[in-house]
Write a protein that binds this ligand. Sequence first.
Ligand SMILES: NC(=O)c1ccc[n+]([C@@H]2O[C@H](COP(=O)([O-])OP(=O)(O)OC[C@H]3O[C@@H](n4cnc5c(N)ncnc54)[C@H](OP(=O)(O)O)[C@@H]3O)[C@@H](O)[C@H]2O)c1
Length: 246
Amino acid sequence: MTTLGVIGGTGWLGGALLRPALAKGFVAAADLILSSRSGNTAGFEAWPDIRFTTDNRSLAAQSDIVILSVRPKDLDALDLDLSGKLVISVMARVPAEALLARFNSERIIRAMPNACAEQGLSFTPWLSTPGATDNDAAFADSFFACSGKTTRLSTESELDYFTALTGSGPALIAAFADVMIRDAIENGVAPDVAVAGASETPADTVKIFTDYGGTTAAGLTAMLSAGIAAPISKGLAAAKEKAAKG
Ligand SMILES: NC(=O)c1ccc[n+]([C@@H]2O[C@H](COP(=O)([O-])OP(=O)(O)OC[C@H]3O[C@@H](n4cnc5c(N)ncnc54)[C@H](OP(=O)(O)O)[C@@H]3O)[C@@H](O)[C@H]2O)c1
Protein backbone atom coordinates (compact mmCIF):
# COMPACT_ATOMS: atom_id res chain seq x y z
CA MET A 1 0.00 0.00 0.00
CA THR A 2 1.32 3.44 -0.99
CA THR A 3 0.22 6.30 1.25
CA LEU A 4 -0.17 9.72 -0.32
CA GLY A 5 0.07 12.79 1.90
CA VAL A 6 -0.96 16.17 0.55
CA ILE A 7 0.21 19.24 2.47
CA GLY A 8 -2.39 21.93 1.79
CA GLY A 9 -4.58 19.19 0.30
CA THR A 10 -7.87 20.78 1.34
CA GLY A 11 -7.01 24.01 -0.51
CA TRP A 12 -8.44 25.01 -3.87
CA LEU A 13 -5.99 23.20 -6.16
CA GLY A 14 -5.55 20.23 -3.81
CA GLY A 15 -9.29 19.53 -3.94
CA ALA A 16 -9.50 20.13 -7.68
CA LEU A 17 -6.77 17.50 -8.28
CA LEU A 18 -7.76 14.99 -5.62
CA ARG A 19 -11.51 14.71 -6.20
CA PRO A 20 -11.03 13.48 -9.82
CA ALA A 21 -8.26 11.07 -8.67
CA LEU A 22 -10.56 9.70 -5.93
CA ALA A 23 -13.60 9.53 -8.22
CA LYS A 24 -11.57 7.55 -10.79
CA GLY A 25 -10.25 5.17 -8.12
CA PHE A 26 -6.61 6.10 -8.84
CA VAL A 27 -6.20 7.07 -5.18
CA ALA A 28 -8.03 5.13 -2.45
CA ALA A 29 -9.49 7.31 0.32
CA ALA A 30 -7.93 5.08 2.99
CA ASP A 31 -4.47 5.75 1.50
CA LEU A 32 -4.82 9.52 1.58
CA ILE A 33 -3.81 12.02 4.30
CA LEU A 34 -4.56 15.73 3.86
CA SER A 35 -3.17 18.54 5.97
CA SER A 36 -4.08 22.15 6.57
CA ARG A 37 -3.45 24.65 9.38
CA SER A 38 -7.15 25.28 10.00
CA GLY A 39 -8.34 21.66 10.13
CA ASN A 40 -10.66 22.33 7.19
CA THR A 41 -12.15 19.12 5.70
CA ALA A 42 -14.74 20.64 3.34
CA GLY A 43 -15.12 19.17 -0.12
CA PHE A 44 -14.23 15.59 0.81
CA GLU A 45 -17.48 14.48 2.50
CA ALA A 46 -17.98 11.76 -0.11
CA TRP A 47 -14.82 9.97 1.12
CA PRO A 48 -15.09 9.39 4.90
CA ASP A 49 -11.96 7.18 4.98
CA ILE A 50 -9.61 10.09 4.20
CA ARG A 51 -7.40 11.05 7.17
CA PHE A 52 -7.08 14.77 7.96
CA THR A 53 -4.39 16.35 10.10
CA THR A 54 -2.90 19.69 11.08
CA ASP A 55 0.43 17.99 11.86
CA ASN A 56 2.67 17.92 8.77
CA ARG A 57 5.36 15.85 10.51
CA SER A 58 2.82 13.12 11.24
CA LEU A 59 1.62 13.30 7.63
CA ALA A 60 5.20 13.02 6.38
CA ALA A 61 6.01 10.08 8.67
CA GLN A 62 3.01 8.11 7.37
CA SER A 63 3.39 8.98 3.67
CA ASP A 64 5.45 7.39 0.88
CA ILE A 65 4.64 10.25 -1.48
CA VAL A 66 4.16 13.86 -0.37
CA ILE A 67 2.45 16.45 -2.55
CA LEU A 68 3.16 20.08 -1.67
CA SER A 69 0.14 22.28 -2.41
CA VAL A 70 0.60 25.35 -0.20
CA ARG A 71 1.04 28.87 -1.55
CA PRO A 72 4.72 29.81 -2.10
CA LYS A 73 4.57 32.38 0.75
CA ASP A 74 3.69 29.53 3.17
CA LEU A 75 6.59 27.30 2.15
CA ASP A 76 9.01 28.67 4.75
CA ALA A 77 6.78 27.36 7.54
CA LEU A 78 7.33 23.76 6.36
CA ASP A 79 10.28 22.35 8.26
CA LEU A 80 10.28 18.69 7.21
CA ASP A 81 12.78 16.00 6.32
CA LEU A 82 11.29 14.10 3.37
CA SER A 83 14.40 12.07 2.54
CA GLY A 84 13.61 8.82 0.75
CA LYS A 85 10.15 10.01 -0.29
CA LEU A 86 8.83 11.14 -3.64
CA VAL A 87 8.03 14.86 -3.34
CA ILE A 88 5.64 16.35 -5.89
CA SER A 89 5.22 20.13 -5.91
CA VAL A 90 2.43 21.99 -7.68
CA MET A 91 3.77 25.31 -6.38
CA ALA A 92 4.61 28.05 -8.83
CA ARG A 93 7.90 29.93 -8.41
CA VAL A 94 9.75 27.33 -6.33
CA PRO A 95 12.53 25.60 -8.35
CA ALA A 96 13.28 21.89 -7.95
CA GLU A 97 16.75 22.73 -6.59
CA ALA A 98 15.18 24.73 -3.73
CA LEU A 99 12.81 21.86 -2.93
CA LEU A 100 15.66 19.37 -2.98
CA ALA A 101 17.70 21.49 -0.56
CA ARG A 102 14.77 22.24 1.76
CA PHE A 103 13.26 18.76 2.03
CA ASN A 104 16.36 16.61 1.62
CA SER A 105 14.85 14.39 -1.08
CA GLU A 106 16.48 13.62 -4.43
CA ARG A 107 13.15 12.46 -5.84
CA ILE A 108 11.40 15.69 -6.87
CA ILE A 109 8.65 16.23 -9.42
CA ARG A 110 7.34 19.70 -10.26
CA ALA A 111 4.00 20.04 -12.03
CA MET A 112 1.86 22.98 -13.10
CA PRO A 113 -1.85 22.13 -13.33
CA ASN A 114 -4.41 24.83 -14.04
CA ALA A 115 -7.82 26.00 -12.88
CA CYS A 116 -9.66 23.47 -15.10
CA ALA A 117 -8.46 20.42 -13.09
CA GLU A 118 -11.76 19.81 -11.26
CA GLN A 119 -13.54 19.51 -14.63
CA GLY A 120 -10.88 17.06 -15.90
CA LEU A 121 -9.70 19.70 -18.37
CA SER A 122 -6.34 20.74 -16.94
CA PHE A 123 -3.22 20.72 -19.07
CA THR A 124 -0.47 19.69 -16.65
CA PRO A 125 3.16 19.88 -17.75
CA TRP A 126 5.62 18.32 -15.30
CA LEU A 127 9.29 17.49 -14.91
CA SER A 128 11.41 15.33 -12.66
CA THR A 129 14.88 15.59 -11.13
CA PRO A 130 17.48 12.91 -12.04
CA GLY A 131 16.90 11.20 -8.66
CA ALA A 132 13.24 10.46 -9.43
CA THR A 133 12.65 6.91 -10.65
CA ASP A 134 10.63 5.70 -13.63
CA ASN A 135 7.95 4.57 -11.15
CA ASP A 136 7.87 8.06 -9.64
CA ALA A 137 7.39 9.58 -13.09
CA ALA A 138 4.67 7.05 -13.96
CA PHE A 139 2.83 7.79 -10.70
CA ALA A 140 2.93 11.57 -11.28
CA ASP A 141 1.83 11.30 -14.89
CA SER A 142 -1.10 8.99 -14.00
CA PHE A 143 -2.13 11.16 -11.04
CA PHE A 144 -2.26 14.36 -13.11
CA ALA A 145 -3.92 12.50 -16.01
CA CYS A 146 -6.94 12.03 -13.70
CA SER A 147 -7.62 15.75 -14.08
CA GLY A 148 -6.71 16.33 -17.71
CA LYS A 149 -3.90 16.06 -20.21
CA THR A 150 -0.24 15.86 -19.21
CA THR A 151 3.11 16.37 -20.86
CA ARG A 152 6.62 15.73 -19.60
CA LEU A 153 9.13 18.59 -19.88
CA SER A 154 12.88 18.55 -19.47
CA THR A 155 13.69 22.06 -18.21
CA GLU A 156 12.35 24.46 -15.58
CA SER A 157 12.49 27.26 -18.13
CA GLU A 158 9.81 25.37 -20.12
CA LEU A 159 7.78 24.83 -16.95
CA ASP A 160 7.96 28.57 -16.17
CA TYR A 161 6.73 29.35 -19.68
CA PHE A 162 3.81 26.92 -19.32
CA THR A 163 3.04 28.50 -15.93
CA ALA A 164 2.35 31.66 -17.94
CA LEU A 165 0.81 30.04 -21.03
CA THR A 166 -1.54 27.38 -19.65
CA GLY A 167 -1.52 28.42 -15.97
CA SER A 168 -2.30 32.11 -16.49
CA GLY A 169 -3.64 31.87 -20.06
CA PRO A 170 -7.31 31.22 -19.17
CA ALA A 171 -7.39 34.37 -16.98
CA LEU A 172 -5.79 36.44 -19.76
CA ILE A 173 -8.53 35.26 -22.12
CA ALA A 174 -11.13 36.14 -19.45
CA ALA A 175 -9.69 39.69 -19.40
CA PHE A 176 -10.10 39.82 -23.19
CA ALA A 177 -13.73 38.62 -22.86
CA ASP A 178 -14.37 41.20 -20.13
CA VAL A 179 -13.26 44.01 -22.46
CA MET A 180 -15.68 42.70 -25.13
CA ILE A 181 -18.54 42.60 -22.59
CA ARG A 182 -17.82 46.17 -21.46
CA ASP A 183 -17.74 47.29 -25.09
CA ALA A 184 -21.10 45.57 -25.69
CA ILE A 185 -22.66 47.33 -22.71
CA GLU A 186 -21.27 50.69 -23.85
CA ASN A 187 -22.90 50.01 -27.21
CA GLY A 188 -26.33 49.51 -25.63
CA VAL A 189 -26.45 45.75 -25.05
CA ALA A 190 -28.25 44.94 -21.76
CA PRO A 191 -25.69 43.75 -19.14
CA ASP A 192 -27.42 40.38 -18.54
CA VAL A 193 -27.46 39.75 -22.31
CA ALA A 194 -23.81 40.80 -22.61
CA VAL A 195 -22.73 38.22 -20.02
CA ALA A 196 -25.08 35.58 -21.53
CA GLY A 197 -26.79 35.08 -18.15
CA ALA A 198 -23.65 33.62 -16.55
CA SER A 199 -23.56 33.74 -12.74
CA GLU A 200 -19.75 34.06 -12.76
CA THR A 201 -18.57 36.56 -15.34
CA PRO A 202 -15.13 37.06 -16.93
CA ALA A 203 -14.81 40.17 -14.70
CA ASP A 204 -15.25 37.90 -11.64
CA THR A 205 -12.51 35.60 -12.95
CA VAL A 206 -10.16 38.55 -13.50
CA LYS A 207 -10.85 39.83 -9.97
CA ILE A 208 -10.28 36.39 -8.35
CA PHE A 209 -6.87 35.99 -10.01
CA THR A 210 -5.83 39.61 -9.47
CA ASP A 211 -6.67 39.33 -5.76
CA TYR A 212 -4.73 36.03 -5.55
CA GLY A 213 -1.55 38.02 -6.32
CA GLY A 214 0.40 35.21 -8.05
CA THR A 215 1.90 34.73 -11.50
CA THR A 216 -1.48 35.20 -13.19
CA ALA A 217 -1.94 38.56 -11.45
CA ALA A 218 1.46 39.65 -12.79
CA GLY A 219 0.37 38.64 -16.31
CA LEU A 220 -3.01 40.38 -16.03
CA THR A 221 -1.52 43.60 -14.68
CA ALA A 222 1.06 43.78 -17.49
CA MET A 223 -1.50 42.93 -20.18
CA LEU A 224 -4.12 45.41 -18.97
CA SER A 225 -1.65 48.23 -18.40
CA ALA A 226 -0.41 47.73 -22.00
CA GLY A 227 -3.90 48.86 -23.05
CA ILE A 228 -5.77 45.98 -24.69
CA ALA A 229 -9.19 47.68 -24.52
CA ALA A 230 -8.69 50.12 -27.40
CA PRO A 231 -7.62 47.57 -30.06
CA ILE A 232 -10.45 45.17 -29.09
CA SER A 233 -13.06 47.96 -29.25
CA LYS A 234 -11.56 49.08 -32.57
CA GLY A 235 -11.91 45.53 -33.92
CA LEU A 236 -15.53 45.27 -32.81
CA ALA A 237 -16.34 48.69 -34.29
CA ALA A 238 -14.76 47.75 -37.64
CA ALA A 239 -16.68 44.48 -37.79
CA LYS A 240 -19.93 46.27 -36.91
CA GLU A 241 -19.33 48.89 -39.61
CA LYS A 242 -18.74 46.18 -42.19
CA ALA A 243 -21.91 44.39 -41.02
CA ALA A 244 -23.96 47.58 -41.32
CA LYS A 245 -22.65 48.42 -44.80
CA GLY A 246 -23.22 44.90 -46.06
N1 LIG B 1 -5.12 27.78 -7.99
C1 LIG B 1 -4.57 27.45 -9.16
O1 LIG B 1 -5.23 27.53 -10.24
C2 LIG B 1 -3.15 26.91 -9.21
C3 LIG B 1 -2.64 26.43 -10.44
C4 LIG B 1 -1.34 25.92 -10.47
C5 LIG B 1 -0.57 25.88 -9.34
N2 LIG B 1 -1.07 26.38 -8.17
C6 LIG B 1 -0.23 26.32 -6.97
O2 LIG B 1 -0.90 25.50 -6.02
C7 LIG B 1 -0.55 25.92 -4.70
C8 LIG B 1 -1.83 26.00 -3.88
O3 LIG B 1 -2.68 26.94 -4.48
P1 LIG B 1 -4.23 27.02 -4.10
O4 LIG B 1 -4.86 27.86 -5.14
O5 LIG B 1 -4.79 25.66 -3.85
O6 LIG B 1 -4.16 27.84 -2.73
P2 LIG B 1 -5.11 27.69 -1.46
O7 LIG B 1 -6.51 27.45 -1.87
O8 LIG B 1 -4.82 28.85 -0.59
O9 LIG B 1 -4.59 26.33 -0.79
C9 LIG B 1 -3.43 26.26 -0.04
C10 LIG B 1 -3.74 25.44 1.19
O10 LIG B 1 -2.56 25.30 1.95
C11 LIG B 1 -2.94 25.22 3.30
N3 LIG B 1 -1.76 25.51 4.09
C12 LIG B 1 -1.06 26.67 4.18
N4 LIG B 1 -0.01 26.53 5.00
C13 LIG B 1 -0.04 25.25 5.45
C14 LIG B 1 0.77 24.50 6.31
N5 LIG B 1 1.85 25.04 6.92
N6 LIG B 1 0.45 23.21 6.53
C15 LIG B 1 -0.63 22.64 5.95
N7 LIG B 1 -1.45 23.30 5.11
C16 LIG B 1 -1.15 24.60 4.86
C17 LIG B 1 -4.07 26.22 3.44
O11 LIG B 1 -5.01 25.84 4.42
P3 LIG B 1 -5.02 26.53 5.86
O12 LIG B 1 -5.10 28.02 5.63
O13 LIG B 1 -6.18 25.94 6.56
O14 LIG B 1 -3.75 26.11 6.41
C18 LIG B 1 -4.79 26.10 2.08
O15 LIG B 1 -5.91 25.25 2.16
C19 LIG B 1 0.18 27.27 -4.84
O16 LIG B 1 1.55 27.08 -4.58
C20 LIG B 1 0.00 27.66 -6.28
O17 LIG B 1 1.16 28.28 -6.84
C21 LIG B 1 -2.35 26.88 -8.06
